[in-house]
Design a protein around this ligand. Sequence first.
Ligand code: GLN
Ligand code: ZN
Length: 759
Amino acid sequence: MVLASNLGYPRLGEKREWKFTLEKFWRHDIDEVAFEDRTKTIRLAALKKQQAAGVDIIPVADYSNYDHVLDTAVAFNAIPARFGQFDQKLTLTEYFAIARGTKAQVAAEMTKWFNTNYHYIVPELDYVTFRLLDNPWLARYQEAKAELGIEGKPVILGPVTFLKLAKLQDAHLSYEALIDHLNQLLPLYQTVVKQLAAAGCQWIQLDEPSLVTLTDATELKLYRQALAAIRAAAPEVKVELQTYFERPDFLADILNFDVDALGFDFVRDHGTLLPELKTLGFPEDKILAAGIIDGRNVWRSDFNQKTALIDDLLTIVSEDRLWLQPSNSLLHVPITTRNETHLDPVIKAGIAFADEKLEELNVLTAYANGEDVRSAITAQNEALAALNQSEHRNNPEVKAAVDAVMCRPTERNSVYADRVRAQKVLNLPLLPTTTIGSFPQSKLVRQKRAAWRKHELTDAQYQQFIESETKRWIEIQEDLKLDVLVHGEFERTDMVEYFGQKLSGFYATENGWVQSYGSRGVRPPLIFGDVIWHEPITVTDTAYAQSLTKRPVKGMLTSAVTIINWSFVRDDLPKNVVANQIGLALRHEVQALEAAGIKIIQVDEPALREGLPLKAQYRQAYLDNAVKAFKITTTGVADSTQIHTHMCYSDFEDILPTISALDADVISIETSRSHGESIKAFETGTYDKQIGLGVYDIHSPRVPSVEEIKQNINRALQVIDVHQFWINPDCGLKTRNEPEAIEALAHMVQATDEVRASI
Ligand code: GLN
Ligand code: ZN
C-alpha cells in the first residue's frame, strides 16, 4: 500500500481562533487554563480534519504556541540569559517573553525561515547550557493518541538545522562550534526519542531542511552523527528524515544515511531528483516519502503530471515503500478555499489551500493504490483547463506587449552621468533629506478606512479624509524643512495589496491567511491572470500632494519582484514573465506620474533579497530577471526624472552588482540596525550613483539623538562621496506614532544641517 503522509498543518485556525487565543492571553483576557483548553481544541480539530481527509501518517507537534524553533530552543534550555535561569518547563508568560520581549527585556531576534515569509525566533546560544526542560513532542504524541486514537508522527526540528539557525556572539556557528554544540545537544535528543519510544511512538519526522543548502560534503558527517545517536537511543522508533524547499545535493551519501524514510521535495527540485534517483537506485531498505503536492503555492495540482510522476516513482520503489505527501509543511498556505465566497468560480475551482491539498493527496494516493479515481482526475483536469483557457489568462494584448518588451533592451535614454546633469533642475542641496514613503498609520487612519469599508463613509468622504491627512503631513514636512517630500501612503494598508486591488489579474482573498510571525498573519494576494493596468493608480494622491508644495514630492510604487514575492503567483507561466507583466503595468504608472508633473519616482524593492534562490546556481538568473522587470518599470522616463528605489535589509554585499544594475539614480537601504556593517560594501568605490543609507532605525520607538545621527552620517561619508549621499530613515514610518516620527525627523534634519555646515 502506498500511504498518504503530511508534514505539518497550518496553526492559525480556520477562523483564526489560534491567533485570537494568543492575543487574548497576551491581553490577560484569558488565563493559562483557558489558553491550554482552547489551543487543545484547535490542535485536535486540525488532527481530526487530517484524519477525515484520509491522511495515514499524521504529523503531531508541528503545532506551536508561537514558533517551532522557539519551542525547540526552550525545550533544550537554549534561552538567552536576559530572560532568566530555568530548571523546569517555562510558563506561558516566560515563553512569550522571549518571543515578544517585555518592558525590561529585548525580544529575541526574528528572521525568515529559509526562503519563506514565515519568521522564526533565532536561538541565541551565548552562555547556554543545554538541558532538557520539556518534551513537547511526547506531550503532543500522547494527546493525539489518547484523545483521537491517532498514532501521530512527532515533527522534530533536527539538531543540525537547529544549530545552523542559531547564533553565537551574533554570528552563525563556526564548524568547530557546530561540532562542539552538537556533541552537547545530542544526548538531549536521545532522551526525547527514548521517552517517545517508551510511549509507543513508531515514527518521528526529523526535519533537516538545512541539508538542501549544504555545499560542503564534510558537513554530511554532522547529520550522520546526529542520526546515529538518535537511532542508538531508540532503535524501535523509525526515522523519516525530511528535507524541503529544494532538493539536497550529495544524494548518493544521503541515500545511505541510516534512516527508515527519506523525504524529498519533488516540486522544487527543478525536475532533477527523479532522473538522479533512477540512476543511483533508491535503497531497498528505505521508504521514499515523495513531496509531490506544492506546499508553497495555491494552484490545484495538474493530475496528469502528478499521476505520471507517481507511475515513475513506482518504477524505483515498490508500493509498500512509497509515501505521498505535500512538498513541505502546509503552514505556508491558507487553510481552506471554502470561505472564499466572492471568488469567481473558475478561479476558485483552480485553487487548493491546505484542506484541498489533503483532498488531492487522498485522490493521488488512491490512484497509486490502483483505485479508480478517473472521475476525480477528469473533474480536476477540467477545472484547471477552464482556468488556463479563461480570458483571465489569455489576453493577447498583454502577451504581445510582454513579448515585445522581452526582446528589446530596456535602458534609460542616457547613462547616469548625463542624467545627473539633467536632474540638476531639481535644485537639491548637498545631502538631500527625505523619507522612505509612509507616515504613521494612526488609529484615526485605520478607523476611517474601516468605516469606509463598512460603507459608513462614502468614497468622497474617505478621499477627503486621505487628502486632509496628506495636507497635514505636507505641512509637517515643510516645517521640518525636508528637501524631498512624500504624500504619506495613508490610502494603503499594505504596499502589495494596494496595487493588487487596482490591477487586473489579482485577487485579494477574504480568508487566505498565512502565519507570518507569532500571531501575525498575512493574506498574500493571488495573481491568477494576466496583469493589466487600466488607469492611473497613485497619480491623484501624489499630484494632490505636489500641488501643495514647491518642494518635489516623490511618487511611490511597489516593484514587480516584491509584489511577486509577497503573492501566490500563477504557475502556468514562468515567474519572470509574470514579473514582466507587472513591470509593464507599473511602467504605465511611472509614465502617468511623470506626465502629471512628478519629478522623482521611487519604486520599492524591499523583498528582492528574500526571493533569492536557496541554491547558488539559480541566483544569477533570478537577479537578472529582477533587474529586467525593474527596468521595464523605470526606463520609460526623461533623463530629468529621478528614479529611486528602496531595499529593506542590510546585508547586500553579494547583490551589490544587482543593485547597481537596477540603474536607479538613487537607492535607499536599511543600515542602522547593522551598525554600519553594510557601509563596508561601498568602500570599493564601485557604486557611482546616489545612495541613502538609513541614518536611524525606525523599528524602535526610541528617538535617536542629533549626535547619534551625525555620527552615522559622518561614518558613511568616510566611504561615500558627499555628492552621492542622501539622508533618510531606514524605512517607512508607518508603524511609528506621530510625535516620535516628527521628533526623530527633526533630529535628522538638524544633524544634516550641522554636517553641511562642517563641510
Ligand atoms: N514605501 C514603503 C513605506 O515607506 C516602503 C516599505 C518597505 O520598505 N517595506 O512604507
Ligand atoms: Zn524598507
